[in-house]
Design a protein around this ligand. Sequence first.
Ligand SMILES: [Zn+2]
Length: 70
Amino acid sequence: MNIFKKNSVPKICPKCGGKVVKIIYGEPTEELFEASDRGKVILGGCCIAVDENGNQISPEYGCIDCEERF
Ligand SMILES: [Zn+2]
């Protein structure tokens, strides 16, 4: 269930109150690994899901504490 619209991403996780950050897809660079270590981004892996129109359907944001994805 996704109760969030794309243009209204929460800054704080509604589940645990943790910080919500952007999920980065693709092969991560060292910079991205560092950013991930500091809790600035979540690394989503190299696989990104798209629909038949080429629109991204993988979650764009996630909670760094409970890993809830939006
Ligand atoms: Zn959370």
